[in-house]
Design a protein around this ligand. Structure first.
Ligand code: AHR
Length: 312
């Protein structure tokens, strides 16, 4: 009967009591902190016992944590991989122990059969959306861009650079004058932007800053102000994440655009695991989250308020 079918679906989705290890990168950004808190909430709602390990930005710590989870015999492992390469051995160990691994928000350069699924945005698309915003908004005027890259070797840094370059490829008026890593942090974003400003005629030659995340953009905004220039006007600011602080900056006219990255990667990851545990369903390998653009036209003050419900 329908009732039986529905109750078996409900039962199939019950994953309470499962033990899941989560190897998180660290707390480099506001977005990362939100992802951590949303993952904890999602686990709690489902009655999952989440074992949390903070790697403090180091891959070796992540590998150690994953080995620890395997030794403990957890039911599944979530990992947000700090960089793309160097995962084959530990993922093979998890596979041999028959522990499913779901990647969160960043990708790996490893055979697909070594993990059950990946929940992430299309990071090339994020870069394209940011680049297209700039193309549309400088409307043919000459524009020298400085780029604040994310963590070296991470998929968001590689892909967001590629996507942005693709978007501006047809616009000969837009060029990337300087590009350096700010490691996804506010403090490095500020420091690197100070260097760009010095090198570019006190900032007078810079038309726009493209930051691979909002935290670096917020750091850059401070550097622009310290140099006596107006962020958002003298130097356009476009970035990725859509954290509350960037909406404050957009509302104040100090930032121009951001591309949203949902911090809820764990929800879809637990859904995938629930289906897999219910009947061995092989999930879709790549679950792609949305990449929506926000500007001053999108009620930044309201978006700031709404972020509170999203785990920020
Ligand atoms: O992997 C996602 C990126 O990591 C976020 O855009 C950034 O804020 C975080 O550090």
């Amino acid at each position: 009967s329908l009732a039986t079918a529905l109750s078996s679906v409900a039962l199939a989705q019950d994953i309470s009591g499962k033990v899941v290890g989560f190897s998180q990168i660290g707390s480099e950004s506001g977005w990362r902190a939100a992802e951590t808190s949303v993952t904890r909430q999602q686990a709690e709602e489902r009655g999952v016992d989440l074992k949390f390990a903070d790697a403090q930005q180091k891959q070796e710590n992540q590998i150690k944590a994953i080995r620890g989870f395997i030794a403990q015999g957890v039911d599944a492992i979530l990992v947000a991989p700090v960089v793309a390469t160097g995962w084959d051995d530990v993922l093979t160990e998890a596979k041999e122990a028959e522990i499913p691994v779901v990647l969160l928000d960043r990708g790996v350069d490893a055979p697909e059969e070594l993990y059950l699924a990946s929940v992430a945005s299309d990071q090339v698309e994020e870069g394209r959306v940011a680049g297209q915003w700039l193309v549309d908004n400088v409307a043919g005027a000459d524009c020298k861009v400085v780029e604040l890259q994310g963590t070296v070797g991470s998929t968001p840094a590689i892909n967001r650079k590629q996507g942005f370059e693709e978007a501006i490829a047809g616009a000969s008026n837009i060029t990337i004058a300087r590009s350096q890593t700010g490691d996804f942090t506010r403090s490095k974003g500020k420091e690197v932007m100070e260097g760009f400003i010095k090198a570019e005629n006190g900032g007078a030659d810079i038309c726009a800053v493209y930051a691979h995340n909002d935290d670096m953009a917020v750091g850059a905004i401070q550097a622009i102000k310290d140099a006596g220039l107006k962020p958002g006007t003298d130097i356009l600011v476009v970035s990725i994440d859509a954290v509350p602080d960037i909406f404050t900056a957009i509302a104040a006219g100090e930032a121009n655009a951001t591309v949203e990255l949902t911090p809820n990667m764990a929800g879809p990851a637990f859904d995938v695991l629930a289906a897999y545990w219910a009947d061995g369903t092989e999930p879709e390998k790549f679950i792609i989250t949305e990449s929506k653009l926000y500007t001053s036209a999108d009620d930044p003050a309201g978006e700031y308020e709404r972020r509170k419900d999203l785990g920020y």
